[in-house]
Design a protein around this ligand. Structure first.
Ligand code: ZN
Length: 330
């Protein structure tokens, strides 16, 4: 009967047996890649398999990969039923690239030893990821969520990247009970931020950015934009300490763009290295900078000796006083 056309097209190392043939095209599919209503256990079976039978095959495949110490390949798989991963369980990394989940996905108390790749996957129902250890991070780029998502009480030991998500008109992604060490590994873009809701999370001093984002001009602009969005959200939530934190970072990104040359970056490294000492004094500097508004404030560049003018900005809505950066090394 041959092997599944999709397994071969997507280069699975172990192409699966055919269970269904598309009579119109002649293409043959394994149970993982067959359309949602053609999940037969064997070729020529008259009745599709049950929910439990199909999910058992998925779990069996994942546990086989764990025994072999390899990533579990499930790219482009079509999972038509509700599926629960009830821990505590240690699982390997899983490649769900471009997979389609029709039912509710419920993962509880799972320790993933490898990366979990959800890139370009589609979730048509709710997703619950609770008490999950992402030891090698997770990729959630270009994912479609048609219903709500909850990521709760989980730990990110490596990058968890969630960008370019597409959500249903009323769906949101709730991030709940995540500590600051985990959030330091949590990378998201402004588009996704608009649908993220953070509850009982503690933020690190800096957001997570990739290397390109903090080294290139476009990346610095991206970072500035995201810090500004975070500041605006904190202002709406009346969280003044967070408004201050993100405002500081937003301005630092602006400063980096202004001083985007090697010598100046050396200076900025010094500034950042000393940040732990610098930040507590920032308020004192802010107070020094509380001057009658003249419309301009000064930013000094030690490397060039020039002063660069920045339009002064109101520190927080309604404060009515200006916030100025100035260089401590001038
Ligand atoms: Zn296949």
């Amino acid at each position: 009967m041959g092997k599944c056309c999709k397994c071969e097209e997507h280069r699975w190392e172990d192409p699966q047996e055919v269970v269904w043939e598309d009579r119109k095209t002649g293409d043959k599919y394994c149970i993982f890649h067959a359309p949602e209503d053609c999940k037969f256990l064997r070729f020529a079976d008259e009745e599709p398999c049950t929910n439990n039978e199909f999910n058992d095959l998925v779990f069996e495949r994942i546990l086989n990969a764990k025994e072999k110490g390899i990533e579990c390949e499930l790219s482009y798989a079509i999972l038509p039923f509700d599926i629960s991963f009830d821990g505590p369980l240690n699982l390997p990394g899983i490649n769900f690239y471009n997979a389609k989940f029709y039912g509710v996905v419920d993962m509880l108390a799972i320790d993933f030893s490898g990366e979990v790749n959800f890139n370009c996957a589609q979730f048509k129902s709710k997703v619950y990821l609770q008490d999950i250890d992402f030891r090698k991070g997770a990729c959630i780029n270009g994912v479609t969520f048609l219903d709500d998502v909850l990521i709760s009480s989980s730990y990110f030991y490596d990058l968890v990247v969630i960008n370019d998500t597409m959500l249903g008109s009323s769906s949101s992604i709730i991030i709940q009970g995540i500590d600051k060490l985990s959030l330091k590994e949590f990378n998201f873009d402004r588009n996704t931020l608009s649908r993220l809701r953070f509850m009982n999370c503690s933020w690190p001093d800096t957001l997570c950015f990739g290397d390109w984002e903090i080294e290139s001009a476009a990346g610095l602009l991206f970072a500035e934009d995201l810090y500004r969005a975070m500041k605006q959200r904190a202002a709406v939530e009346h969280d003044q300490p967070l408004v201050s934190r993100w405002h500081f970072r937003e301005k630092l990104m602006q400063l980096k763009q202004l001083l985007n040359n090697k010598r100046s970056n050396d200076l900025l490294e010094v500034v950042e290295d000393n940040e732990a000492k610098w930040w507590p004094r920032a308020w004192a500097w802010c107070k020094l900078a509380v001057l009658p508004r003249t419309g301009q404030s000064e930013v000094c560049s030690a490397s060039t000796g020039h002063s660069l003018a920045l339009a002064s900005e109101t520190f927080a809505p309604g404060c009515g006083w200006g916030f100025s950066f100035y260089c401590p090394f001038s």
